[in-house]
Ligand binder design. Structure first.
Ligand code: NAD
Length: 332
């Protein structure tokens, strides 16, 4: 076990959005770290109960971060660490449902921050999005000191809004906040669906023998980051005093073309149907994406090591193992 994890031993932890992809893996890591109690608060609007790890000390609360009664119950359990992951996810979903996006990612984040402040938590970690706050014009590699005010979707706007609220609570109330800027996270725990990420969806379609739809030319790149690396960076953020009041890219620092992802998925799944090209989504203006993780490396000791080939194989195995549940849960 990594040494820094011992800081979580015996602690009481709240993970909002903990039934989702990142949250379920974070829960598992905190069980291994011997946290005394892990409260998973999720309204299951975009996740499944079967995805929540079951273990002594894990308390699943089905409820919304917008519900005062639920928040009062949760925060009177004496929480040490908050990992605020609950969000209305992601770009297309926010274009289709901009008001829900603002409500959950804006008001919801404000409410969780308020309760964290009122009950004096030790640390508040916010899941922001590097794919959002840098916009489409920032120079590569993307570094923490450049954020854009010209964003392309309501989701990108409300992830930046969440960061601004975090900074307010840090500057005005002294709440110990640390911000993680994730990049294209993938891995076990993400159920495919209309508003989900490209890798689980490609695997799901490939398993059905369908051609993989490339929205654009396929030469577009993203900084795909395996969920275990994201969990490691997030947990480091929670226990590093120098991270307080600051934001950190958590990425792989490797640029991968979408066409290469599609070919890899077809190879791993044995899908012979190839790819098909469809129109790029009109809000999708980002051609290339690669983050700098220099700051997270220096301050947090973050050093991701999962190659995309291995990450895709592990995601594929998880989808196969859970296929019966996934077939029922995947919403397209
Ligand atoms: N996955 C990525 O590529 C990525 C990239 C950047 C940032 N992020 C951020 O990381 C966090 C976790 O992402 P994820 O990939 O695990 O997404 P996810 O959709 O799997 O997890 C979010 C969870 O929040 C829950 N939720 C939604 N509204 C809620 C509400 N009102 N109350 C309680 N729970 C609610 C959903 O049911 C879901 O389980 C999110 O904040 C997301 O914006 C993710």
């Amino acid at each position: 076990m990594k040494e820094y994890l011992s800081d979580y031993k015996g602690k009481s932890i709240l993970i909002t959005g903990g039934a989702g992809c990142i949250g379920s893996n974070l829960t598992r890591a905190l069980i291994e770290a011997e946290a005394a109690r892990i409260i998973v608060l999720d309204d299951l609007s975009a996740a499944e109960k079967w995805n929540v790890p079951v273990a002594p000390g894990v308390v699943f609360v089905e409820g919304s971060i917008l519900d005062e009664e639920v928040l009062k119950w949760v925060f009177t359990r004496k929480i040490d660490y908050v990992f605020h992951l609950a969000a209305h996810f992601a770009n297309q979903n926010s274009v289709d449902h901009p008001e829900t996006d603002l409500l959950v990612n804006g008001t919801g984040t404000l409410k969780v921050l308020e309760y964290a402040h009122l009950t004096g938590v030790e640390k508040f970690v916010f899941a922001s999005s590097g794919c959002s706050v840098y916009g489409s014009q920032a120079p590569l590699p993307l570094k923490e000191d450049f954020v854009s005010l010209h964003l392309d979707t309501p989701y990108q706007i409300t992830k930046l809004l969440g960061e601004l609220y975090c900074n307010f609570f840090y500057n005005y109330y002294g709440l110990p906040v640390a911000i993680a800027r994730y990049f294209n996270v993938y891995g076990p725990g993400e159920v495919p669906g209309a508003y989900r990420n490209v890798i689980p969806n490609f695997i799901y379609w490939a398993l059905q023998g369908r051609p993989l739809p490339i929205t654009g030319t396929g030469d577009e790149t993203r900084d795909f980051t395996f969920v275990d690396d994201i969990v490691d960076g997030t947990l480091r953020l929670g226990v590093t005093p120098q991270a307080v009041g600051d934001a950190f890219n958590l990425a792989s620092e490797v640029e991968t073309k979408i066409i290469d992802i599609a070919n890899l998925v077809n190879e791993v799944t044995g899908n012979k149907s190839g790819v098909e090209f469809v129109a790029r989504r009109d809000w999708d203006k980002i051609i290339r994406r690669r983050a700098s993780i220099e700051k997270a490396g220096t301050v947090l000791g973050y050093s991701p090591d999962t190659k995309v080939e291995d990450g895709i194989k592990r995601t594929h195995s998880w989808i196969i193992e859970n296929y019966d549940n996934i077939k029922v849960s995947a919403k397209f």
